[in-house]
Design a protein around this ligand. Structure first.
Ligand code: PMP
Length: 350
């Protein structure tokens, strides 16, 4: 019997997430924090004792939940944590929809979302972004989906969907709306819906410590929403997803490193805006990214990414995307690194 015959039939043509591995000296593919990691989180990890490893963590990550609840002014039972925001998204999809239900997602957007939908037996429906990179509210609403996923700033475009559009989609649908804010810390000008989500009942705002906090290796994410919604996600997520070391680090980061996080995020934003200006002088038209990355439409993304790889620079190539065609997504790093990337792109174009 082959492994294909062992797996659930409906999983057979679901792709496995397998980002290309690279040996490039400069790796800008993952939109992680290349400016550093939360110092208090690192200190908390270094201070770990034996019981932190031998004992089970809290079933639901209660210490982090309480710290977040205090900071956001919501009730602890309106928050659910997870092993990265991937876990929260996956559990949320499973929590609120029966197999066969429709999940509408913008396209292009976070590639794991249609995969999580299919892994949970749902039917993903891709709704193209508008030309300016916002979610298309009318088209999203017209799907009649049980779950509407939104991502702002969106991966891979960096473009935003205004909070008023999110509110409108919640108001004018009966869907569960998931707002993925993995890059929200890089767009402090965007309205933060976390504290409002519980009152909206059907909105789950999902966040991560992987990006602005520099903790991708620890796998910490969370969602904030109505009590019934958060508790349903908690149930479908299962116990012990947040490990003790990750929880201590995230709480330390949240408690002591808010100013650090904001400073790193604003350094990434400064770099991004400078990169956009310099790429424009090369004749390119980067999108209006509000994340810690730039998204640049190019004629042939694969060729361009390969040419950058030969110069020791790894970026993410997307080909044939709806609305935007071929693009390069380039994560931000301290300016000397990005200056090198811009120079290399200039050479390749020349
Ligand atoms: N949402 C978006 C939009 C992302 O880009 C990512 C990671 N690339 C995630 C969620 C998942 O992040 P994590 O599981 O590390 O929290």
């Amino acid at each position: 019997m082959t492994s294909l015959e062992i797996g659930r039939a409906s999983l057979r043509d679901v792709p496995t997430y397998s980002p290309d591995v690279t040996s490039c000296a400069v790796d800008l593919r993952d939109n992680i924090n290349l400016f550093g990691t939360s110092p208090s989180a690192l200190a908390a990890v270094r201070a770990v004792d034996a019981t932190a490893l031998s004992e089970y963590p809290d079933v639901a990550g209660r210490t982090l939940v309480d710290a977040l609840a205090t900071q956001l002014g919501v009730s602890p039972d309106e928050i659910v944590t997870g092993c990265g925001s991937d876990d929260v998204l996956d559990a949320a999809i499973r929590a609120v929809a029966e197999p066969g239900a429709v999940l509408a997602h913008p396209s292009p957007s976070f590639s794991m979302v249609p995969i999580f939908a299919r892994l949970n037996g749902l039917v993903p429906v891709a709704v193209p972004l508008t030309a300016d990179g916002s979610a298309d509210a009318d088209a999203m609403l017209a799907t009649g989906a049980r779950i509407i996923y939104l991502c702002s700033p969106n991966n891979p475009t960096g473009t935003i969907t205004d909070a008023n559009i999110v509110r409108r989609i919640v108001r004018e649908s009966s869907a569960i709306v998931i707002l993925d804010g993995a890059y929200a810390e890089f767009a402090p000008e965007l309205e933060d819906l976390r504290s409002d989500a519980p009152a909206l009942e059907r909105l789950l705002v999902v966040r991560t410590f992987s990006k602005a906090w520099g903790l991708a290796g620890l796998r910490v994410g969370y969602g904030v929403g109505g009590r019934a919604l958060a508790q349903a996600v908690q149930k479908s997520r299962g116990p012990y997803k947040l490990n003790t070391v990750a929880e201590r680090a995230a709480v330390a980061a949240l408690t002591h490193d808010d100013a650090w996080m904001r400073a790193q995020a604003s350094a990434a934003v400064e770099c991004r805006d400078r990169a956009v200006r310099e790429l424009r002088t090369l004749g390119l038209s980067p999108l209006d990214s509000r994340g810690n990355f730039v998204c640049v439409p190019v004629t042939n993304a694969r060729t361009m990414a390969d040419a950058l790889a030969t110069r020791g620079i790894a970026v993410r190539a997307f080909t044939g995307l709806p609305v935007f065609g071929d693009v390069l997504r380039i994560g931000m790093a301290p300016w000397p690194v990005i200056a090198r990337v811009v120079r290399a792109i200039g050479e390749i174009l020349a």
